[in-house]
Design a protein around this ligand. Structure first.
Ligand SMILES: N[C@@H](CCC(=O)N[C@@H](CS)C(=O)NCC(=O)O)C(=O)O
Length: 264
């Protein structure tokens, strides 16, 4: 099994947590979206939306984190076995998937940094379109979706609705945790694998005070999840801002140089 992912990708981390928790053997390939490697024709051909994660198993190629999570859970016994309600697991993974983390994350990133990476990415798509005529339509669709996201970031109502959706989801989680230890019962499931990267994103953006602290059960759950080996392996290594910086800085230098020499 091959997984194409990046440590800063929330959706990749959902899948990696599930793979680790299930002890599935897989080969991880890092694809750096900051350097626009997700737009390289080899990767783009297998996933024309250019997003991470992608899971390949023989002839099976899955390009969305929700079906990937469900696929992983079907290997041998599902996580949680008979100690959880499996319809609750489904409800949670769908609810978490329906919340779009991208506008939330991007709206908390400094404007200059965002403009720097988006301008570079736009130039890369345009260059790739010219060099790969067979993929031109797909690159064009990607360009449109990037433009749509930029417009969304200017739309205060859309951003407010996205934030409300997150707050409602966290309230539901707080309710859930009043009766169970995990998101869907008394054992770890893919619902927890999907929720942990959301909480990690909130913490990374330094938004605990607004989103986590008013929800004591969720906060206690989050601390408990951070002590799991899967969390330490997948997310813990990149949880501090310094470690994140170490990941982002070399990419920013690479992008800066390519911008100067117009190497797209
Ligand atoms: N619905 C997709 C969303 C995937 C997604 O947006 N992934 C982000 C990283 S978490 C990504 O690849 N961003 C780079 C890009 O869109 O160019 C999924 O659940 O897998």
């Amino acid at each position: 099994m091959q997984l194409y992912h990046h440590p800063l990708s929330m959706n990749s981390n959902k899948v990696r947590l599930a793979l680790e928790e299930k002890n599935v053997d897989y080969t991880a390939h890092r694809v750096n979206p900051l350097k626009a490697r997700n737009l390289d024709p080899e990767f783009f051909r297998q996933n024309p939306s250019g997003t991470l994660p992608v899971l390949k198993n023989g002839s099976i190629v899955l390009c969305e984190s929700l079906p990937i999570l469900q696929y992983i859970d079907r290997i041998n016994e599902p996580l949680g076995d008979n100690k959880v309600q499996h319809d609750r697991v489904e409800e949670w993974v769908k609810k978490i998937d329906e919340w779009d983390a991208k506008p939330f994350t991007l709206s908390h990133i400094p404007d200059r940094m965002l403009r720097f990476f988006s301008r570079f990415k736009r130039r890369v798509v345009i260059a790739r379109m010219a060099k790969n005529p067979d993929l031109a339509n797909k690159y064009h669709t990607k360009l449109n979706s990037m433009h749509a996201m930029e417009e969304k970031l200017k739309d205060t109502e859309a951003l407010e609705a996205n934030k409300e959706q997150l707050l409602n989801m966290l309230d539901d989680a707080e309710d859930q945790l009043s009766t169970t230890e995990y998101m869907a019962g008394f054992e770890f499931t893919i619902a927890d694998a999907a929720m942990i990267p959301v909480l990690a994103r909130i913490e990374l953006l330094k938004l605990n005070e607004e989103y986590l602290e008013p929800r004591p059960r969720l906060l206690e759950y989050w601390e408990r999840m951070k002590s799991r080996a899967s969390y330490k392996k997948v997310i813990g290594g990149y949880s501090s801002q310094l470690k994140q910086l170490k990941l982002v800085l070399p990419s920013a230098c690479n992008v800066g140089v390519r911008n100067v020499f117009k190497r797209f």
